[in-house]
Design a protein around this ligand. Structure first.
Ligand SMILES: CC(C)(COP(=O)(O)OP(=O)(O)OC[C@H]1O[C@@H](n2cnc3c(N)ncnc32)[C@H](O)[C@@H]1OP(=O)(O)O)[C@@H](O)C(=O)NCCC(=O)NCCS
Length: 183
């Protein structure tokens, strides 16, 4: 019998992890439509994103000392009334999939987003992506709708499905979301 998969260790990420994160993400830019980016960001660009305002949480999954995945919160839209909404995303190295690491990363990320004061989490998923749709559904996200043919990559037009998850009851007067710190 194959060994029962064990999720990787999860910890808050800081800019020292940027190179490992860039390496995990790179194939999703170069060889896949899971990401709509076309030029792989380098470590410096990831460090910039990790420390951009508003400062949002990043977590890495580590196995044998190396980064094998990450999840993070990103600004949903820049206009002021959107500031309690947050996007989230998660990427694993190919060998890491199916071991519970995606669930473990979101298991750390989502409560932190709630504690910082975010009210609703959103995820945009280039379709089809049964693993990502399955992960988000398993964590309680519900489908919102589909942007049809919203991206063109690898010679084809692609749809993006949106999912959302309430992080807390809707406050009548929401407090300002707080900045995240990895320490
Ligand atoms: C999407 C991704 C992060 C899922 O992480 P994972 O560690 O493989 O998923 P887990 O093992 O934690 O599974 C969690 C749940 O997701 C669902 N799931 C995972 N893989 C699935 C698959 N291939 N098909 C359907 N559902 C799947 C299951 O419901 C699973 O539930 P369980 O915990 O009860 O078994 C991972 O497959 C990945 O990195 N994919 C490529 C990058 C990507 O597409 N990122 C998302 C961009 S929107």
């Amino acid at each position: 019998m194959p060994p029962v998969p064990v999720p990787a260790e999860i910890r808050p990420a800081d800019v020292d992890d940027a190179a490992g994160i860039a390496a995990v993400y790179r194939p999703y830019v170069t060889d896949s439509v899971a990401s709509f980016e076309t030029v792989p960001p380098d470590a410096a660009e990831f460090a910039r994103r990790m420390t951009a305002e508003p400062r949002l949480p990043w977590f890495v999954a580590c196995r044998d000392g190396g980064v094998v995945g990450y999840a993070y919160g990103g600004q949903h839209r820049s206009r002021a009334a959107y500031r309690w909404s947050v996007d989230c995303s998660v990427y694993l190295s190919a060998a890491e999939r199916g071991a519970g690491t995606g669930r473990a990363l979101y298991g750390r990320l989502l409560p932190v987003l709630r504690d910082l004061g975010y009210v609703t989490a959103f995820a945009g998923i280039a379709l089809p992506n049964p693993a990502s749709a399955g992960l988000h559904t398993a964590l309680g996200f519900t489908p919102v709708g589909v942007y049809r043919s919203v991206g063109f990559k690898a010679g084809r037009w692609h749809d993006v499905g949106w999912w959302q998850l309430p992080l807390q009851e809707l406050p009548a007067e929401p407090a300002e979301p707080r900045a995240w710190s990895p320490r």
